[in-house]
Design a protein around this ligand. Structure first.
Ligand SMILES: NC(=O)c1ccc[n+]([C@@H]2O[C@H](COP(=O)([O-])OP(=O)(O)OC[C@H]3O[C@@H](n4cnc5c(N)ncnc54)[C@H](OP(=O)(O)O)[C@@H]3O)[C@@H](O)[C@H]2O)c1
Length: 281
């Protein structure tokens, strides 16, 4: 039975030359799931860190994703082989279609074939709305295992999360800390809750995700934050605190609005000017 780890280590916007150390630090802190993507340009370094960690392959859950320029049956089949080669792994635990653009039907067919061939253990998508998931289910007779979506206190999308779950798909939160947007780390209500528990704002927000039953992918380059983000078992938010956080919802994305034309244009432009390349320069 497929089970997504509760906490994965995210590697978006970690420059390739910093990634091996970052993933090594995460694995040493106790993370056992790592999320990368072709578009992050750091799969090779992620793979090096995992292979050098001294852990057997079955102890680390590895996710990667096909970007919008890798979609289509032939393209995505090649993309899976390319990611496996870059990572230096025989299989991926989870492979996602990064966004619902381009020929994602052909891509999904490639994912199904790769699963049958044992190259990926589970298949999923990211940034799909529930109606698109339902369509995949009807068209292919098999729903994705996971839908990885932007989710944090300022974008809670509770009806969508419920609809994703109702289909039997596991929603997974990306950017659970909203990348610090909207001054999340100094928000007065979150700070008051954190102080009441002797915890940090980040820990409160991650715990809130856990109490909502949402697996998450969080990134940190700080050794202290890495540890903090795993230290969530010694407290519990009250119903009132959960309700206080529920009220922070702004009802719109903070980071990725895939339903905006300008955003779609920006994402296609990104192919020519990848952010990570800029960071690595
Ligand atoms: N599927 C998709 O389309 C998609 C899109 C975006 C992201 N993702 C995945 O989701 C992962 C997480 O999202 P994200 O990296 O964008 O944002 P995030 O995890 O919400 O935020 C990362 C930021 O929070 C800070 N932080 C982390 N822990 C902290 C703590 N305990 N205290 C204070 N600050 C803390 C980090 O700084 P420090 O380094 O200083 O700790 C970093 O600046 C990505 O890395 C990627 O793997 C997927």
């Amino acid at each position: 039975m497929f089970k997504l780890p509760a906490i994965s280590f995210g590697t978006f916007q970690i420059a390739p030359n910093q990634t091996r150390a970052a993933v090594t630090a995460a694995l040493q802190s106790g993370y056992r799931a790592v999320d990368t993507a072709y578009s992050y340009k750091n799969e090779a370094a992620v793979g090096q860190a995992i292979r050098q960690a001294g852990l057997t392959r079955d102890r680390v859950f590895v996710t990667s994703k096909a970007y919008i320029n890798q979609l289509g049956f032939r393209e995505t089949s090649a993309a899976i082989d390319q990611s496996l080669a870059a990572l230096g792994l025989d299989y991926l635990d989870l492979y996602l279609i990064h966004m619902p653009f381009g020929d994602y039907y052909g891509a999904y067919r490639a994912l199904l074939a790769a699963k049958k061939a044992g190259k990926v253990r589970a298949i999923g998508v990211a940034n799909f709305d529930p109606a698109r998931l339902a369509d995949l289910g009807h068209h292919f007779g098999e729903l994705p295992a996971v839908d990885q979506v932007e989710h944090h206190p300022f974008y809670q999308r509770s009806a969508e999360i419920a609809a994703i779950r109702k289909l039997g798909v596991t929603p997974q939160a990306w950017a659970p800390l909203a990348e610090g947007r909207h001054q999340l780390f100094t928000n007065s209500q979150l700070t008051a809750i954190a102080q009441a528990h002797g915890k940090t704002v980040a820990q409160v927000v991650l715990k809130w995700h856990q109490q909502l039953g949402l697996p998450l992918v969080v990134k940190s380059l700080s050794p202290n934050h890495l540890k903090d983000n795993l230290a969530l078992d010694d407290f519990r938010l009250t119903a009132l605190e959960m309700a206080t956080i529920a009220k922070l919802d702004l009802g719109r994305p903070s980071l990725l609005d895939i339903n905006s034309v300008a955003e779609v244009d920006r994402l296609y432009d990104y192919l020519d000017h990848p952010v990570v390349t800029t960071l690595a320069d």
